[in-house]
Design a protein around this ligand. Structure first.
Ligand SMILES: [Zn+2]
Length: 265
């Protein structure tokens, strides 16, 4: 027995509207099992899942695996996903890579009428289409990260959040601020993630580097998977993320894989 998790995958009135992995109980070696819930809002059975929803499921499942498999640490306070916040998105973002691999998708993604597994060339075309606008998406993420950091690194007295947000938008993205709009008022990550929205892009640098091992050795090969489980997931927050990553990669992580991803397509 490793842990317990609950799936709450479909919408209903009054329910949380996004997708997230929530910790119900942090695990502790010899004392209690980790427990978690995956809360999503996917179409009900009988409808079809979009590919982006599959990616969301894998992303949140990545957090879930981290929480459960890292739930046997000596203290609950360092269990599973309770690691450095600028690393916490790396395991979940890395698991998204499996959704872009034809050999993985063909195990479950079938044509709704014929039952034929998704053709590899359709997956190749989906990957090509995903390249469109990637630079804009990255710059938008940099704008969000800069906003979250800038709102927290100065005296709040007299801080004009609308003006600062507009300045940052125009600095980081090619789009001009539209007067009378207040993006920051509904930027949910300002709560919870506060100053460190940058974790998404920073973790992505690490995720892209971690994935180079699976790209080389195979996404369905149990050997790199169990090395990854032991080196990265099981220790949870009991060691510095940089040390865990080094023990898996055999070197410090760097920007090469991220840069290659940025320049692809
Ligand atoms: Zn996440």
């Amino acid at each position: 027995m490793v842990g317990r998790f609950y799936l709450d995958l479909h919408p209903r009135d009054g329910k949380y509207k996004h997708a997230a992995q929530f910790t119900l109980q942090s695990g502790q070696a010899g004392k209690r099992l980790p427990e978690a819930a995956l809360i999503c809002n996917f179409p009900r059975p009988g409808s079809l899942l979009e590919h982006s929803e599959v990616v969301t499921f894998f992303h949140e499942f990545g957090h879930l695996l981290h929480h459960l498999l890292g739930g046997r640490t000596r203290w609950a306070g360092i269990s599973g996903v309770r690691t450095e916040w600028d690393f916490v998105e790396a395991p979940s973002q890395m698991l998204e890579e499996w959704c872009w691999d034809a050999s993985v998708l063909q195990r479950f993604a079938r044509h709704v009428e014929t039952g034929e597994p998704i053709p590899a060339d359709a997956v190749a075309r989906m990957r090509a289409a995903d390249e469109f606008g990637k630079g804009l998406r990255v710059r938008q993420q940099m704008f969000y990260a800069a906003t979250s950091l800038a709102f927290h690194d100065r005296d709040p007295a007299g801080l004009d959040t609308t003006r600062l947000s507009a300045e940052l938008q125009e600095r980081y993205t090619p789009f001009r601020h539209v007067d009378g709009t207040y993006f920051q008022e509904s930027f949910g990550h300002l709560e919870g993630y506060s100053a460190i929205y940058y974790t998404y892009m920073w973790s992505l640098v690490i995720a892209k580097d971690l994935f180079t091992v699976f790209r080389r050795e195979g996404v369905l090969d149990p050997k790199p998977a169990s090395r990854y489980r032991r080196a990265i997931l099981e220790p949870g927050g009991s060691a510095k993320a940089a040390d865990l990553v080094r023990s898996f990669l055999g070197r410090d992580y760097d920007f090469r894989a991220y840069e290659e991803w940025l320049n692809a397509g």
